[in-house]
Design a protein around this ligand. Structure first.
Ligand SMILES: [Zn+2]
Length: 810
């Protein structure tokens, strides 16, 4: 589905600061910091007679026995130390969810580990603090060249990922300190402790892991230390002018002019994301001065492993003034367009084909000037203003008519179909040929499914094999355009008018989709008929997904993601969940039954509560929705997808059900109003968990107020910031009473914390498939008693047969 970049480690965009200024150029400093080594003449021996320790928020590192040495100073500043021997770290995050995550990775809700070596880098007073303790203990350094040279051999490799972060502070006027320790844990192997005040969440504990050839960064805990403030975003991009040429060999040449405003002022370093496949040739400012830049140098391990993103660091010649506006010109070239065979092309770098700020909620205006080989067709975000031949090339100019979080394009040997209705049009583009891999799979399938027709002499039943014809993705264009148009009209009821004048729907090889503003990437599989999907070996579940859900999920992202944005990884689930849930609602209307939504919800519930091979826990227990991309880890490689899409859709469903007014002219009026309000109020802004809670509280009904105080805190704590799916059982007896039957019983709740509360509807079967509501029981903890009076003695009590609550029962 829409694959978004993991932003949580990117907060170092807001640069750190140190009062001192430097005379060295960024490049000279970069080289000097990389070359730092430890001095073999000043090595300290540490033993347990002295307590040498480092204190970080909620964390303590104790050096028990071994050797410790500091880096040589640079401009009077010591920025590193190394240790070998025996030491211990103890960290206790305060947050319950962070404790739960630590327990998941380490088996205990605290980090309590011995380590045998440590590499420490810092811009805070760590060196002064340690030296002070050593002096108090009258611990004097001695010479130990073997110790120093063993460490120095490794520093050439260990230093660079920290260097840019360290020098940031010398190019900024607002000091934000940095501390990182790479520790060799006895029980866990290598792990990191990060305390970086320039990160949105200043504390981080975690480690790199490899699983089946895939790199993960397992985040054990990540949160903002109590004393730290959220770092401000230093720069904002106002306008991107992207002049892009795609050469016949599919290489790309780019010339980006980016208008930027300095939000905080006092900063000299600007960080962009850009695919490593594109090599930056120059960066200059308005005065055409060439600027110092670093590309893909010094990414931290967390960035490289968790983000997989590539960075461009640009140093301004002088600190930007608060509120000032300026532009940068960046020239780059490289291969980001890949050929999937049979002339099917796609942009491999996706969101990274131009230098951009990583924050998807930084809305900006765009002008795209594109040039591409004449034989191909180009589709792009924005309005096409003009298109003409230029020699061997076609040239086109697209301009955004609304602020966009991102811009994209696609190109190919397309057939197309268009459909106009009302204010907007849908244009569908598909390659005439199938990409190589799919066409191989289809031709390898034995023969087309036999349509046995006894009245046709040459039907397969009579022994004639029909050669497998390769379907073309272009076959189904009109049908797809019509369905997408229908979905737009459906979504407008919940989300307001379609935000763009056109929606270009284009094909992309592989199995993912992406909803760019006004432009969809849809997997080739979504363009194929069910018969062709079957021949390509696509399972029936996947077929349903590619046909019924994915295209419409991406259409829903036109509002949810492209207009209502998100900027923190903890909030990303909201747009995904709303897009997914609206796609389910749309699928439901298309089937003209009330079953599809139910089937998908059942499927999602099963995905959340079953334990799958390769996962240590059922998906519902691995982490909360607000853990976002951290849900993908070496312990649950596909955790993100399952939790975000399945649980996310369920959470939106539960909100809808709670807001529902059965019997009203439009039972969904409150839910519809909620979504419409959000899409208007938060247009072109980030939308957060706190915002969602606030908006739900404005429309909540008294029945939703389980804890009083007109607060939905209970719901968000449990379902957004918490884990688990409750399991219910009911035990009851029925006795004749004065006016009917007295039903007494208890509702048993397991699978969730003791504090979990929920309003659980109980029903009694009334024959011919009809169920009658007995009443709602507010489950508070493991066992809740209830009593009801009924006219007949119930033989059975059903727990939420209408599926209004994510739970399992009996
Ligand atoms: Zn999505």
């Amino acid at each position: 589905m829409k694959i978004q970049i993991f932003l949580f480690a990117m907060c170092c965009v807001a640069v750190a600061v140190c009062a001192q200024t430097t005379q060295k150029s960024p490049r000279e400093l970069y080289d000097a910091f990389n070359a730092l080594r430890i001095d073999g003449a000043t090595v300290y021996t540490v033993d347990s007679s002295q307590r040498l320790e480092l204190r970080l928020p909620d964390c303590q590192i104790i050096f028990e026995d071994g050797k410790l040495a500091f880096f040589s100073p640079l401009d009077g500043q010591v920025t590193g130390a190394v240790f070998s021997g025996r030491a211990h770290v103890l960290a206790i995050p305060r947050d319950v969810v962070e404790k739960q995550q630590l327990a998941r990775f380490l088996g205990a809700p605290v980090l309590d580990q011995d380590f045998v070596s440590g590499y420490f880098r810092f811009t805070n007073d760590t060196a002064a603090e340690l030296l002070h303790q050593l002096q108090i203990a009258a611990n004097l350094p001695h010479s130990d060249e073997p110790f120093a040279s063993a460490w120095n051999a490794a520093l050439g490799r260990l230093n660079p990922p920290h260097t840019l972060r360290i020098i940031q502070e010398q190019f900024s006027e607002h000091a934000k300190h940095y501390f990182q320790a790479g520790l060799d844990g006895l029980a866990t192997g290598s792990f990191d402790i990060v305390y970086d005040q320039a990160r949105e969440e200043s504390m981080l504990f975690g480690q790199s892991r490899k699983l089946n050839g895939r790199d993960f960064y397992d985040v054990w805990a990540s949160y903002r230390a109590t004393a730290d403030a959220a770092p401000a975003k230093a720069f904002h991009a106002l306008h991107y002018d992207l002049d892009t040429t795609v050469r016949p060999d599919n290489s790309l040449e780019g010339n980006a002019t980016i208008a930027i405003s300095a939000v905080t002022g006092g900063e000299r370093l600007i960080v962009f994301q850009l695919s490593r496949a594109l090599k930056v040739e120059s960066v200059s400012n308005d005065a055409k001065e060439p600027l110092t830049f670093f590309q893909n140098e010094g990414m931290t391990v967390q960035e490289r492993n968790a983000l997989g993103n590539d960075f461009l660091y640009v140093f301004l010649p002088r600190a930007a003034q608060h509120g000032s506006k300026f532009s940068l010109n960046i020239k780059y070239r490289g291969k980001v367009i890949e050929d999937a065979g049979n002339g099917v092309l796609f942009v491999g770098a996706r969101e990274m084909w131009y230098p951009r700020f990583g924050d998807t909620a930084q809305f900006a205006d765009y002008d795209l000037h594109m040039r591409w080989p004449r034989k191909l067709r180009m589709v792009a975000t924005g309005m096409l203003l003009e298109e003409q031949d230029e020699g061997e090339f076609r040239a086109g100019h697209w301009r955004s008519d609304k602020p966009l979080p991102i811009a994209g394009f696609n190109l190919g040997d397309y057939a197309s179909a268009s459909l106009s209705a009302g204010a907007n049009s849908v244009d569908v583009y598909a390659n005439r040929q199938l990409e190589e891999e799919l066409s191989r799979r289809i031709t390898a399938s034995p023969e087309i499914p036999s349509i046995v027709d006894p009245y046709v002499p040459n039907s397969p039943a009579n022994g004639m094999a029909i050669p497998a014809e390769i379907p073309s993705p272009a076959d189904e264009l009109k049908k797809l355009a019509r369905e997408i148009q229908t979905s737009i009209l459906f979504y407008e009821r919940f989300s307001g008018p379609f935000p763009y004048r056109r929606l270009s729907v284009s094909q992309i090889p592989g199995t993912f989709g992406q909803g760019w503003p006004g432009l969809l990437y849809l997997s080739t599989l979504s363009f194929l008929s069910p018969a062709a999907q079957e021949r390509a070996g696509i399972s029936s579940g996947a077929q349903e997904r590619f046909t019924e859900i994915v295209p419409y999920h991406e259409v829903a992202h036109q509002w949810w993601g492209n207009v209502v944005g998100w900027s923190n990884y903890r909030d990303q689930w909201i747009d995904e969940a709303i897009a997914n849930y609206l796609a389910l609602m749309f699928a439901d209307t298309q089937k003209k039954t009330d079953r599809t939504l139910r089937i998908w919800l059942e499927r999602f519930r099963k995905q959340l509560t079953d334990k799958y091979p390769g996962m240590d826990l059922p998906a519902a227990d691995i982490g909360p929705l607000s853990a976002g991309s951290r849900l993908d880890s070496s312990k649950s490689p596909f955790g993100y997808e399952t939790v975000i899409y399945a649980k996310g859709a369920w959470v939106i469903h539960m909100l809808r059900e709670m807001l529902r007014q059965p019997g009203a002219a439009n039972p969904d009026a409150r839910f519809t109003a909620l979504l419409k309000t959000i899409s208007e109020k938060y247009a072109y802004q980030p939308f957060s968990n706190a915002d969602l809670q606030h908006e739900v509280q404005l429309v909540m009904t008294p029945k939703m107020d389980l804890e009083g105080g007109r607060s939905m805190e209970w719901f968000f704590e449990q379902w957004v910031h918490g884990t688990g799916v409750p399991h219910y059982q009911v035990e009851f007896t029925a006795h004749r009473a004065a006016n009917g039957y007295l039903v007494r019983g208890k509702l048993l709740q397991t699978g969730v914390p003791r504090s979990f509360i929920a309003s659980v509807p109980l029903y009694v079967p009334a024959g011919s498939g009809r169920n009658v509501l007995l009443g709602n029981v507010i489950a508070t903890g493991p066992e809740t008693s209830f009593h009801f009076t009924t006219q007949t003695a119930p033989r059975k009590i059903l727990i939420d047969p209408q599926m209004t609550l994510l739970c399992t029962s009996q």
